[in-house]
Design a protein around this ligand. Structure first.
Ligand code: ATP
Length: 385
């Protein structure tokens, strides 16, 4: 079943029919399900990938990202539902007829072929004239900054260069959709950052619809137009990076995207779209939607980002009593770990992200402090069952 929060096409739509008056999406999944024996790798999923957008499938290992990508690619057959690429129903169409470009984590280049032959492979398969192949291969190599590497063999390339060849090979066929499965995970951190920026530039320049799989939330937040957050074979939320970061629709998304603290709270009242929660002696407003099934007085978990908390002297107005547990040097900032006062039922440890290094001199472990909880930017959910 779909969660109420997920903004997807209405299941009431007829297979193959236009769901709304929006333009035809680049890819559409209508009620797609995939099982492996008794494991449901992908529960019923309704999803639109808009023309030209960069959509990321994000979630922990085993949540079904690759399964979803492989269904779009045609490497897997759906057990139920239908898949469209543009106007074409492709549910039963083999991968090579779907006009998609694919880049895998492990490059998957042909080791016995030169760079140019690797890149031109899809064009030779399509029977294009030699001259056109040569031109398009040269353009694709220029696009990924590998002009001059045409005659090398993949063995003579670094990991980053091999992944550029894989990208050129996927783009040279001018695919309707580019599918990327954790393409940078084998690269070291610096190279990975540089490749992310480059891929995004290329994608923007070409306007090619892209579906990108990653379990790295930073990568997803920095590159995507929209993110599909998944867990346990289910789409939990679809939204822009800002929507999933600042307005998570369930506690899984709140906990998975970005660092977050949990504060013990209690629902006091609800009025329209807003609810008031008590955290110790503090009263704060949150969105009411996620607490729709909670009665007044029920325990709730309030989530707050480490960089939204502040540290003040113990007892200052608007703060929760706590004690400094540790200071962790992080280069650009300090993470101050503090234990909430045990009188706060269900309290635990929280992290406050403090810019600069002043905290190191000011707060020794053991110092009693007041944790400043912001008025806005908080989200609350019922506790885990
Ligand atoms: P990762 O990030 O580790 O690649 P993922 O989110 O891509 O994970 P999938 O590979 O889509 O996850 O797997 C989803 C679920 O389906 C997992 O429980 C996995 O064990 C199962 N699964 C995937 N492929 C098969 C298969 N060929 N046979 C049986 N089970 C499979």
């Amino acid at each position: 079943m779909l969660s109420k929060a997920v903004d997807l096409s209405p299941p009431a739509s007829l297979p193959g029919a236009a769901v709304t008056d929006r333009p035809t999406p680049a890819v559409r999944l209508d009620g797609v399900v995939k099982r492996f024996g008794t494991v449901t790798a992908l529960e019923e999923t309704w999803l639109r990938v808009e023309q030209g957008e960069f959509l990321t499938l994000l979630g922990p290992s085993g949540c079904g990202k690759t399964t979803l990508l492989n269904l779009m690619a045609g490497f897997l057959e759906a057990d139920a539902g239908e898949i469209f690429i543009g106007d074409d129903l492709v549910t039963a169409t083999p991968p090579y007829e779907r006009e998609i470009g694919i880049v895998f984590q492990n490059y998957a280049l042909f080791p016995h072929m030169s760079v140019a032959k690797n890149v031109g492979y899809g064009l030779r398969m399509r029977g294009l004239p030699k001259r056109e192949i040569a031109e398009r291969v040269a353009q694709a190599l220029a696009l990924v900054k590998l002009t001059g590497f045409a005659d090398r063999s993949p063995r003579q390339l670094s990991g980053g260069q091999q992944q550029r060849v894989a990208l050129a090979r996927a783009l040279v066929i001018r695919p309707k959709v580019l599918l990327l499965d954790e393409p940078f995970s084998a690269l070291d951190k610096n190279l990975r950052g540089a490749m992310q920026v480059e891929l995004k530039e290329i994608q923007r320049r070409l306007g090619v619809t892209t579906v990108f799989v990653t379990h790295d939330q930073g990568e997803a937040l920095s590159m995507s137009d929209r993110i599909v957050v998944m867990s346990a074979g289910r789409v939990r939320q679809v939204g822009t990076p800002d929507q999933v970061y600042r307005h998570p629709q369930d506690r899984f998304v709140a906990g998975f995207i970005g660092d977050v603290n949990r504060l013990p709270g209690r629902l006091e009242s609800r009025a329209g779209e807003r609810a008031t929660v008590a955290i110790g002696d503090l009263r704060r407003e949150v969105e009411a939607e996620a607490l729709r099934d909670c009665a007044a007085g029920a325990a709730v978990d309030v989530f707050v980002r480490p960089d939204h908390l502040g540290v003040r002297p113990m007892g200052e107005a608007g703060t929760l009593p706590a004690q400094v547990a540790a200071l962790v040097y992080q280069g650009s900032h300090i993470d101050l770990h503090a234990d909430l006062h045990p009188d706060l039922a269900g309290s635990g440890r929280v992290v406050v992200r403090m810019p600069g290094h002043g905290a190191l001199a000011t707060y020794a472990p053991g110092t009693p402090v007041g944790l400043l909880v912001p008025q806005g930017g908080l989200v609350a959910f019922p506790p885990e069952p």
